[in-house]
Design a protein. Structure first.
Length: 617
């Protein structure tokens, strides 16, 4: 008789969160002074009501990342005590972010100690500590009791920084003694939503009257803080333009946290009363050359309205162990991407031409990618969970988080469609005021559904918006959504010279972008970053990770391959010497089109709505 294996019963799940208070206040102390080894030491005192197993959770699903991206593998050294007695602990068999601690009877509190071993190289994750600055997100260093909404758990945080360091954070400071920063008690959800940028070289600048919005800058070197009034002025104008766009604020104060560093990883993350932006060291000192990086702060600032105050109902969860669903990311991120192009121009952080060039880049990126033939953009809202922003071998075919760029183009379509339908009387600006600007001063997250989005649009410009979004979001297509550009009075064209935006992208990121011609993107040493699906490079079986060693018999450099691509329009061949792994081979690309760089070209005789959209309010 053949006996087949049978499964064991699954372990009990972690207790679900309830909208009830956790008794007492958790005290959290984080020692961040070990910047050489880049270790954060955490100590928590956690009140308890009774003996028995206490379930403690490490934050897993992080709202600003739209995914379970907490790096629990970097947490070590768990130690739990009560009245000096060591307590046993164990991890949940399947939910690895959950720990159980055996609390003795009669115990009023326990102490937890552990370390967050922040990455010391990019191979381990995002580097967040450098010798003279750091980026602390509180979710890295906190455990919290299961069974309660995060807003019902109170935490009193303290941060120990190296002597002489300053810090920017949205939390209210209760007391400071030397390098010890004691903050006011806050609910856990606000704590996790209030990161810290700290450093030896620090500058704070008010961006509005009264200092409600503040720019907190940390930098690798003190001279990198030398922003002029002319450079700060457009940041102040960004605040004014956002006020005029949304017509309300949903924060009592806002801290823009800006790190100018090439020693910690670049990033942009939104929060309700602050935002994180890590940019190039010469953001100010190389002002003219770094303009392509100036859209990060507008993007994350806009999220205070779109993503934090208003959030898709399935993207809000009561605690950090509950899965986030992202079906409305095309609003959360797509419309924010649209507004960051617009407000970058309206504020003067970009010239209007820069915004048009950025739109051209976005449009062309979607225009040449094949992935929309099999995967609708709505499915890419799952990509933060599916791919976790890891590198992909064929991103143009696989698609990644295309709800950003394609979503922005869809919202440009919506904006120009409203303007056309209402005789230029209404626009997406009106949607922003109605949808995101309601209840001035209210800081409680307001969730919404697809029906709420459609209903608001119908109140401004009656149209079958549900069918419109069904077509744009849920159906596959072989073309990019360019109707908004065309209705805006422009068309996407390709020319043989790059725009200032394309040139700036290459300069800032040290890349060579030939995706729109031969289908290659290259790093400075000739390593292939991406091969466009269906392109001449694809047909020649080139792959990401391979390295181009030679071009038409000459040693590779970016100038050489650009010259060679340009000469293909004259009938010249394009031969490459390529190394992939241990294998070298000669490759001839079947291409005769010369350079193709995206631009927006005004259409004569049409209403140039895009110019009006980019004009300051």
């Amino acid at each position: 008789m053949c006996r087949l294996p049978q499964p064991l019963p699954q372990p009990d799940p972690v207790i679900a969160p309830q909208d009830t208070d956790y008794p007492g206040v958790i005290t959290l102390t984080v020692d961040a002074t070990d910047t050489e080894r880049r270790i954060f030491n955490a100590c928590e005192t956690i009140p308890v009501e009774r003996g028995g197993p206490l379930c403690l959770l490490y934050p897993q699903w992080l709202p600003g990342y739209h995914a379970p991206q907490a790096q629990i593998e970097l947490v070590a050294g768990f130690s739990f005590t009560a009245a000096g007695q060591d307590l046993a602990w164990r991890r949940h068999p399947t939910e690895v972010y959950a720990l159980f601690v055996d609390v003795p009877d009669g115990c009023a509190e326990i102490e937890a100690r552990f370390q967050f071993l922040s990455p010391t190289s990019t191979s381990q994750g995002r580097v967040v500590v450098a010798p003279d600055l750091l980026n602390l997100e509180w979710n890295m260093v906190v455990l919290y009791p299961a069974g309660h909404f995060a807003r019902r758990i109170q935490v009193r945080p303290t941060l120990q920084l190296p002597d002489g360091w300053q810090a920017g954070c949205a939390l209210e400071l209760a007391n400071r003694t030397g390098g010890t920063w004691e903050f006011e008690t806050v609910p856990l959800d606000i704590l996790v939503d209030s990161p810290v940028f700290a450093g030896r070289h620090f500058r704070r600048i008010d961006l509005d009257e009264g200092g409600t919005v503040r720019l907190n800058i940390v930098a690798d070197e003190p001279e990198q803080l030398a922003a002029t009034e002319e450079q700060i002025a457009p940041h102040r104008e960004l605040v004014r333009q956002a006020d005029r766009l949304f017509g309300a604020r949903h924060f009592d104060h806002f801290d823009v946290l800006l790190a100018l560093s090439d020693q910690i990883a670049g990033k942009g993350v939104e929060h309700h009363r602050s935002c994180e932006a890590v940019s190039v060291p010469d953001y100010f000192t190389g002002w003219d050359a770094s303009f392509v990086r100036r859209d990060t702060i507008p993007h994350e600032y806009i999220h205070s309205w779109n993503g934090k105050y208003r959030r898709g109902a399935d993207s809000w969860t009561p605690s950090f162990d509950q899965p986030i669903r992202n079906s409305l990311m095309w609003v959360y991120e797509g419309q924010t991407q649209y507004w960051d192009r617009v407000l970058s121009a309206r504020s003067g952080l970009w010239q209007s031409d820069h915004a048009l060039q950025a739109l051209a880049h976005m449009a062309a990126t979607q225009d040449v990618r094949e992935g929309s033939r099999w995967r609708p953009v709505s499915d890419t809202t799952r990509d933060p969970i599916i791919a976790a922003r890891t590198a992909l071998p064929w991103p143009s075919w696989q698609r990644s988080e295309d709800y950003y760029v394609e979503g922005a183009l869809i919202w440009l379509d919506v904006d120009t469609r409203i303007r056309e339908a209402t005789g230029e009387e209404r626009s997406l600006d009106d949607f922003a005021r109605v949808f995101f600007g309601q209840d001035d001063g209210d800081q409680i997250t307001s969730t919404y559904t697809f029906e709420d989005v459609v209903g608001t649009l119908n109140s401004l410009a009656p149209f079958d918006w549900a069918a419109f979004f069904d077509d744009k979001l849920h159906r596959t297509t072989g073309v990019a959504p360019l109707a908004g550009i065309e209705r805006g009075g422009y068309r996407l064209v390709y020319q043989d010279s790059p725009s200032a935006y394309e040139g700036g992208m290459e300069a800032v990121y040290g890349s060579t972008n030939l995706l729109f011609s031969i289908g290659l993107s290259l790093s400075s040493d000739g390593t292939i970053n991406e091969v466009l699906w269906g392109s001449p490079a694809f047909d020649a079986a080139l792959i990401a990770g391979a390295r181009i060693l030679g071009v038409n018999g000459s040693t590779y450099n970016s100038g050489e391959i650009k010259r060679a691509v340009g000469r293909t329009s004259e009938g010249q061949p394009l031969n490459l010497l390529v190394k992939a792994g241990k294998r070298q081979r000669e490759v001839q690309l079947a291409y005769a089109g010369g350079h193709r760089y995206p631009h927006l070209e005004p259409v004569e005789g049409t209403l140039r709505r895009l110019d009006e959209i980019l004009r300051p309010l």
